[in-house]
Design a binder for this molecule. Sequence first.
Ligand code: ADP
Ligand code: MG
Length: 501
Amino acid sequence: MDNSTSSEKVRADEQRRRGCEVARALPKQLLIGGRWVDARSGKTFETIEPATEQVVAAVAEGGVEDIDEAVRAARAAFDDGPWPRMRPHQRTRYLFKLAELIEAHHEELATLITLDNGKPLAEARAEVSRTAEVFVYYAGWTTKIYGETHPSEPALFNYTLREPLGVCGQIIPWNGPLSMIGWKVGPALACGNTVVLKPAEQTPLPALRFGQFVLEAGLPEGVVNIVTGFGPTAGAALARHPDVDKVAFTGSTEVGREILRASVPDLKRVSLELGGKSPNIIFADAELGPSVAGAAFGIFRNQGQICSAGSRIFVQREIYDEFARRLTQTAEGIRLGDPFQTETTMGPLISAEQYERVLGYCEAGRRDGAKVETGGERGGQSKGYFVKPTVFVDVDNSMRIAREEIFGPVASLIPFTDERDAALQGNETIYGLAAAIWTRDVSRVHRLARALKAGTVWVNCYNIIDPVSPFGGYKQSGIGRELGKDSLDLYTQVKSVFIKL
Ligand code: ADP
Ligand code: MG
């Protein structure tokens, strides 16, 4: 090891150590009604750093009773508190303040994200910036939530009011522990709702730090409540609580179905952002360099643990071998290792469970007759949930690795013949979150953008997400669209008022 590498290791360890200090100073409590309170059970659970398998900190384990308390606080804040009644301009200021606090603690938040989630620090930093942007974006919307007037009878005046829904239960995953707070809390607050947020049990730290910002920004009590805890207990209690008006969930399709089921007795509003098996389609006329880089970025960023990951890479036959060779080379150039070290471009998977699952899929791929060009096995240091970036060739769309969401750094290369075949195979999935096309043929771009059954289509790029634009799934990838103006529909309801003149 040369000197620069060893000094980088010292720096990384120092950042990790400071991050753990910050994490241990966070409240081991729940944010309910504007105060940090202990979990009723008095229980805590530990969060683990996936890169080292070391305990980072203990946090409060919220359960059914705590969810009940939190919903009561959110209910009171909505029914009697100032939040839905204040001037929208004032709500704008609160949202800006949250964005400012996020920006002001940029490196500290990025450190907490990397500690909890394992993504490389550069990706964690980008997540912090994007989250601040989402709050800024929705800060602007508070004053632009319009009703309409309608041309009814001459003797009638008819208009609509767009009103908040009430108490929103928001259950978020571990792959974007801060960005998902922005996507959920930003629009809910902009529209005048109150919130009970349940972060993923794997990544509670950024949410706890965010809870401190909520207090620092001076939001009225009970507007944002945060209950750390597990899915089947705290999460399920929130999803079925009769006093919750709306549940917003991002996570697995399996749990999404449970959330929807739990909404039935009270006919709760539900929005779901679920799994994917997104086709990334490379035509022979595409620029090879950018399409290889884009395909690698599409499947390997965040260790492939992204719902919109381009996990099925369809490559036109003429360039299949060349593309496979180049993608393999790119995968082998990825630096798997300590996510706190600057040169690292891929970190560990989130948990032992996810590690086993991903390696299990690699086994299934081999069994089904696909060939591993690179990866397919453990990598990195002796500790940590590291799986090497993996490229499978000779994959058929009917194999398990091409049908099921792996949520790991596993690319499946599938050949196709022509445009029709690409659309057919691309759409041959229960999911429909995203799709991408790489080509120089502009007419083909427009035809395929329409033909692909997916909520987002990227052309000559991948994984571009912008708060201005809606994101969500066709088919079993979800219900509803987050971000953009569309998210306002998820957090408001429309009232029609008739006045006899
Ligand atoms: P993963 O299996 O990848 O962790 P999940 O869909 O299980 O993804 O988890 C996403 C979020 O949903 C987490 O906050 C988790 O705690 C929560 N969750 C898990 N199971 C349930 C459930 N039965 N009801 C409500 N929330 C749940
Ligand atoms: Mg699960």
